[in-house]
Design a protein around this ligand. Sequence first.
Ligand code: HEM
Length: 201
Amino acid sequence: MKKLLSVIMCVLALLIGLYPLIYAFVEHQYTFLGSKPLEVLHNIIWKSAFFTHIIFGGFALFIGWSQFSVSFRNKNLRIHRIIGGLYVISVVISSVSAIYMGFYANGGFISAAGFICLGLIWLMTTLAAVMQIRKGNIPKHERFMTYSYACTFAAVTLRLWFPLLKMATGDAESSYIAVAWLCWVPNLFVAYYINRKTAII
Ligand code: HEM
């Protein structure tokens, strides 16, 4: 059961990690960009932040899951370090652009606050994981990275919650506002539960 869940998580991370590619193939008015007001779309800083965010966020999601395999890590510490470095750089770049974009989020203050909090926690847990490994504290490094990837995984859970809520309520705007929180708060509880279990072992 645990193995099946891990496989499902990896497949979802790979699929959603590649999802930003649709922006290269689909006309922008038919994507999420079609939902943004013209003044935001013409804001060059927002547009640059958007593409920076989705490219580096997608990359972090795509590579991050591979870091949690203990046997792979023990046998390939050098590769773990390289992928880890790329993950951290990607998260820093993607989270800073996400925090900026949060101020322009659809749905107003509540969804903006949800995305901004997520972006801040994403950045802080990732940097805390780096600080812990610099101090040589492997268990704390692993725990902070679990929280960090739980935040990264919000990109997947958002795309599961949103259609479900929209179908259940028939109200796309309220669903989006709820999802700005629902996409990450439960993920952090799951990460807390995983961390507690590994702390006991
Ligand atoms: C974990 C922290 C993240 C935060 C705080 C965040 C924040 C945001 C924000 C604020 C928006 C714009 C929403 C709006 O204007 O209404 C957005 C859109 C988007 N984000 Fe993220 N994001 C995160 C992670 C990711 C990751 C890991 C990916 C990788 C796939 C990603 C991919 C996208 C895409 C593709 C969009 C455009 C919406 C769409 O096409 O569905 N995000 N994000």
